[in-house]
Design a protein around this ligand. Sequence first.
Ligand SMILES: [Zn+2]
Length: 82
Amino acid sequence: MAAIADLVFFLVIARAVFMLARGVMEGLNEGRPPAPPVTGGQLVRDPVCGVYVTPSNALTLPSGTGTAYFCSEKCRQAWRKP
Ligand SMILES: [Zn+2]
């Protein structure tokens, strides 16, 4: 009957690993930055740091595809000089 005991042991370990992995995945999901609010005016994404800003408050710089928006002068400088 050793084979059945080994199988049960394996299943218990596999389940524990699965539960642990799922817990880690959920932890990673909780660590994600919140999605930008979609209500109200549109938001634009700072291509340097990834922060969402409102165009009226953002610093701008003309780019090949239109206008790039930045949260700060630091990001705009970084975009201008990669
Ligand atoms: Zn920025």
